[in-house]
Write a protein that binds this ligand. Structure first.
Ligand code: ATP
Ligand code: MG
Ligand code: FE
Length: 345
């Protein structure tokens, strides 16, 4: 089954085709992402109305481009998957409207996909995928969650951030230190050249039991260190390194706890911060020490993309699940309310 995936929940327009008959990494026939970063840069953050309008401009050309790259025409498509939430309502409506109309016109089923389930399942698109049960760490711009995955589609929240998401903390900290929007990846790049230990920040909420996170205080700690410093380039690099190490350590400590609590040896990491080199290395080292396994998507599939939506939708469509003709946009949507994929088969 060839499934067209459409992602428009925030500031990336993503389109992909995933073929379940092929499966694995090769099942991804083509994928393309158009990022609106330049559009929002002068405002220092995503402007929802501008995001919606740009999705309108870019989505159809991107669908044509992706199908051409896959060597397919619209009539080859057996199903359409689109991000139905959570996200910006106007942005979601653009993808949902186009996806629903296309499915209607082609007389194929369509399904609204949960954006975070898309992130969570992205590592399963790679070769040698992990099997449930496992623990997932979702670390993105809007979420920091530890989730017990009992089966595909059956998710239990083990812990989450009480304030900023990890990616949000990266972006806000970068902004405070004068880096251009969106600063997360740039802060991480600077940290590569910083001196470890030159600045040491707290590992928030690791001194007490529990699986929740808090990154807001860490951000303030970094702001005070930055204000009190000489603000030289070398200092910026050292502070970036101190901040990154604090976030990575905190995430790693809570992941180990979550694996213990769930009695699992497999960790799956997804979302934009999952592209962070130091986080990947730290969690790999921890997994080796524990005798367990950690699985990531390739870095390009950590941040928002259409491939994860095509894949997550394809699993459900192939199991016989699909939506009625409603154009669905659900800005707030609890992942625990999803149904098991296997239940429909
Ligand atoms: P959500 O998925 O929660 O709705 P989102 O879709 O905006 O949020 P993603 O696209 O998954 O989030 O990820 C973007 C976030 O990842 C940004 O906050 C960005 O700073 C962060 N990020 C991307 N690359 C890196 C990196 N190498 N190191 C640290 N953070 C990174
Ligand atoms: Mg984005
Ligand atoms: Fe995302």
């Amino acid at each position: 089954m060839k499934v067209l995936g459409i992602e428009t929940s925030c500031d990336e327009t993503g389109v992909a085709v995933y073929d379940t008959a092929v499966g694995g990494a090769s099942g991804l026939r083509a994928h393309a992402v158009y990022s609106q970063i330049a559009l929002h840069a002068e405002y220092g953050g995503v402007v929802p109305e501008l995001a919606s309008r740009d999705h309108v401009r870019k989505l159809l050309p991107l669908i044509r481009q992706t199908l051409a790259e896959a060597g397919l025409s619209t009539t080859d498509i057996d199903g359409v998957a689109y991000t139905a939430g959570p996200g910006l309502v106007g942005a979601l409506l653009v993808g949902a409207g186009v996806a629903r109309a296309l499915a209607w016109g082609l007389d194929v089923p369509a399904i609204g996909v949960h954006h975070m389930e898309g992130h969570l399942l992205a590592p399963l698109m790679e070769d040698d995928p992990p099997a449930a049960p496992f623990v997932a760490l979702l670390v993105s711009g809007g979420h920091t969650q530890l989730v017990a995955v009992d089966a595909i589609g059956r998710y239990r929240l083990l812990g989450e951030t009480l304030d900023d998401a990890a990616g949000e903390a990266f972006d806000k900290t970068a902004k405070m230190m004068g880096l251009p929007y969106p600063g997360g990846p740039q802060l991480a790049a600077l940290a590569e050249h910083g001196t470890p230990g030159a600045f040491r920040f707290a590992r928030p909420m690791t001194d007490r039991p529990g699986l929740d996170f808090s990154f807001s205080g860490l951000k303030t700690q970094v702001l005070l260190a930055w204000r009190g410093s000489d603000q030289a380039d070398a200092t910026r690099r050292d502070i970036a390194r101190g901040f990154e190490d604090a976030v990575v350590d905190t995430l790693a400590i809570k992941c180990a706890r979550a694996l213990d609590a769930a009695g699992c040896d497999t960790l799956v990491v997804a979302g934009g911060v999952g592209a962070n080199t130091r986080l990947r290395a730290k969690l790999q080292a921890d997994a080796r020490r524990r005798g367990g396994r950690v699985c990531f998507p390739r870095p390009a599939l950590c941040t928002d993309n259409g491939a994860m939506i095509a894949f997550a939708g394809a699993l459900r469509l192939a199991a016989g699940q699909y939506d009625d003709a409603t154009v669905r946009a659900t800005p707030r949507w609890d992942m625990a309310s999803l149904s098991s994929v296997a239940a429909a088969t």
